[in-house]
Design a protein around this ligand. Structure first.
Ligand code: GLA
Ligand code: ZN
Length: 690
């Protein structure tokens, strides 16, 4: 069914834009030869090629694309074919202005930017359907076609009349009556009750912009509307090419300076159910001046693990840069060695590809200085080209990893809806909500110890994990509470925290210091949540050691939980700061304050020991060396990655086989700065569970 699996190679290549070079036939002529020498096997074609494919309404030009398909096929490559809706042609915006977005101030955009189309416009949907159908009919049976790349980086909102009407319909089908909406959003506040459906408008700085429940539903609507548009896009593809997998490229973002977290605006937990393969565009800020490369690697690992976990199957890195990007204030090139290291990390965490934006720099316009395999010198003797080729060669040697599974006994929960509601809620410390960033703090403990972690949503099965980490789960439904209870009752270990369980699904408060089900599960009641200024701290005492806390302190009282740590200062000194309760066959912990990393390391050390989670490959883990493993039925593939500028030596507990050289890997394994080694072993060789 999934055709790309028939290709045993790990996909290596990326965005290829011959549509920009149609006047330069000698460039196109040489591309395939150059790709061969860069060990590239896949091109992503047509991402923004609509005006080259349909230069005038209804007049189609496929000749150039036919030619490229043939060339790629001749050299044995795959085509990932994009639908072109990410960038519409100018004639379309000119003739049908409704396709352009309207912003939250009611301003109609003119043509200018990509990704700026209305998801509701019937004309846009129709035009997209026509071009997508033509592409599917023309290339659907072509042997080089391996995957659909639908549109590009869906994101954003539109507030036009069509979108407003869809918003009202969405609310009607969700709530049935205005009365239900008034109650769900608490509209008796400020005399806001609706008495006519026509009064319902989207949130806007010019109108309603303080209704938390409304903002939450608007974000849900935007996700649903985006998925609805996507489904309209893929209808002809499903009909004509049911055998070809469909994906769309997800994103990561830096919300505060120095962040690297999955995109917050769209609920990818929901969206991922509609794609065959998760794919995403990975642009960590490698070699920056504000953190160690190991820290950047940890954040990047977290996002990979999250995208793995959405479907719990291999994903595709659809874009990454071979050197730098062009959209930071300072755009650093990756240091020698970092390209291979950072790309191998993708494979180590479950990607079946390394694809780039982009094969060749455009000669002009906004991205001419963005990194590319053939960068702004267009030279195949440049360092970047050589590193890409070397990496491609290495991928060929580790091709057996393709399709291999991952196994984690630890999961962290991230919930898009909780994140939206928590950030919108007002009160407390606004800049310090930091939900995904706090999850990364917890994650880093495991990453440094080479323990695999999944990042799941509340909809995933909890039962397969021994440890479930769910701090800051602000919005909880009764269903989630029951799932958490059942998980612990059956023997699971749960870690919860301040900010958990404050509101229900429409952002209405739970009174009484936690919903009853959580009180039972955690054995505590929350009395207050104290906010600390950015330079303030409290101190907790845990096992006779003192640790600083920051940002938040929940003031709690126990019902029937044990107290493991208490606060040292403030009016709540001596009250519980960490608790533990045995519930059914399992255990639940509550962390009342935002803790420092050294606390988290010590806190989890005991749990790691009790649950035997440690990585049995090494005698002890080195924090800047990461080990990740993928599994197939008979073999395991271990990636040893040195994210430091120093040589690192580790002691392995057993001998492994080097996948790239006909040799054993010594138990005394030394990695040079930025070096990666990939080893394999037979399943039966290892005594433990995996
Ligand atoms: C995104 C887009 C690409 C390109 C890159 C630049 O990922 O999908 O078209 O603009 O960013 O980093
Ligand atoms: Zn619209």
């Amino acid at each position: 069914m999934v055709r790309y699996d028939l290709d045993k190679r790990i996909l290596h290549g990326g965005d290829y834009n011959p549509d920009q070079w149609l006047d330069y036939p000698e460039i196109i002529k040489n591309d395939m030869e150059l790709m061969r020498s860069a060990h590239i096997n896949t091109v992503t074609l047509g991402v923004f090629a609509w005006s080259a494919l349909e230069p005038e309404e209804g007049k189609f030009c496929f000749g150039w694309m036919d030619d490229i398909f043939e060339r790629v096929h001749q050299f044995g490559g795959n085509v990932i074919l994009a639908t072109p809706s990410g960038g519409r042609p100018k004639w379309l915006s000119q003739k049908y202005p409704e396709v352009n977005r309207t912003d939250s101030l009611g301003r109609k955009h003119t043509h200018g930017s990509r990704h700026d189309h209305c998801y509701s416009s019937p004309v846009y949907r129709e035009k997209v359907r026509i071009i997508n159908r033509k592409l599917a009919e023309r290339y659907g049976q072509h042997p080089a076609l391996s995957m659909w790349h639908v549109s590009n980086e869906y994101s954003g909102e539109c507030f036009c009349e069509y979108c407003q009407e869809n918003w009202r319909q969405w609310l009607k089908s969700k709530y049935g009556s205005l009365d239900n909406i008034n109650k769900a959003w608490w509209m008796s506040f400020w005399s806001s009750t609706y008495s006519d459906w026509k009064q319902i408008l989207p949130p806007s700085p010019l109108g309603e912009n303080k209704v938390h429940g409304m903002d939450l539903d608007w974000k849900r609507f935007v996700t649903d509307q985006t998925i609805d548009f996507y489904q309209a896009e893929i209808a002809p593809l499903r009909e004509i090419t049911p055998q070809i997998p469909v994906t769309t490229n997800f994103m990561a973002e830096g919300q505060n300076n120095h962040d690297f977290i999955p995109l917050e605006g769209i609920d990818y937990g929901k969206f991922s159910k509609y794609v065959d393969v998760v794919s995403w565009d990975s642009y960590p800020d490698w070699n920056n001046n504000y953190e160690s490369i190991a820290k950047t690697a940890m954040k990047s690992a977290y996002v990979h693990d999250q995208y793995w976990s959405l479907k719990q199957q291999p994903f595709i890195v659809m874009e990454s840069t071979p050197s730098g990007v062009n959209w930071h204030q300072f755009n650093k090139n990756k240091r020698p060695g970092v390209h291979i290291l950072s790309s191998m990390q993708q494979i180590a965490h479950g990607s079946d590809s390394t694809l780039y934006f982009q094969w060749r720099s455009a000669r002009g316009n906004s991205e001419k200085f963005h990194g590319a395999v053939l960068g702004y010198n267009h030279s195949d003797s440049d360092r970047v080209f050589r590193e890409v080729s070397e990496y491609g060669k290495r991928l060929e040697k580790i091709a057996a990893v393709k399709g291999a599974d991952k196994k984690s006994r630890v999961a962290i929960i991230f919930d898009w809806e909780s994140n939206w509601a928590l950030k919108r809620g007002g009160g407390f410390g606004r800049p310090t909500r930091l939900y995904p960033q706090t999850l990364q703090d917890h994650y880093s403990v495991f990453w440094e110890k080479d323990i695999a972690v999944d990042i799941i949503t509340v909809e995933h099965d909890f039962g397969k994990y021994d440890l479930l980490i769910a701090p800051l789960l602000y919005l909880v439904t009764e269903k989630t509470i029951s799932k958490l209870q059942e998980y612990v009752r059956q023997g699971g270990t749960l870690v919860s925290s301040y900010f958990t369980g404050m509101v229900n699904e429409t952002d209405l408060l739970y009174f009484g210091g936690l919903p009853d089900g959580l009180k039972k599960l955690l054995g505590i009641k929350v009395l207050e949540l104290d906010t600390l200024y950015e330079n303030e701290h409290n101190v907790i005492s845990f096992k006779n050691t003192e640790y600083q806390t920051k940002d938040y302190s929940a003031i709690i009282e126990t019902i029937d939980a044990d107290v493991l740590a208490v606060y040292q200062t403030e009016f709540y000194a001596k009250t519980p700061a960490v608790t533990k309760k045995c519930f059914g066959k399992g255990t639940s912990y509550f962390l009342a304050a935002r803790n420092s990393t050294d606390f988290l390391q010590d806190f989890y050390a005991k749990i790691i020991q009790d649950l035997h989670l440690g990585n049995s490959l090494v005698q002890y883990s080195l924090p800047e060396v990461s080990i990740q493993t993928r599994y197939n039925n008979s073999e395991k593939y271990h990636f040893f990655m040195n994210f430091s500028t120093k040589e690192k030596t580790m002691e392995l507990t057993r001998e492994l086989t080097d996948m790239e050289h006909p040799a054993k890997i010594s138990r005394h394994l030394t990695l040079k700065p930025y070096e990666v080694k990939v080893a394999k072993e037979k399943m039966a060789d290892e005594p433990n569970k995996w």
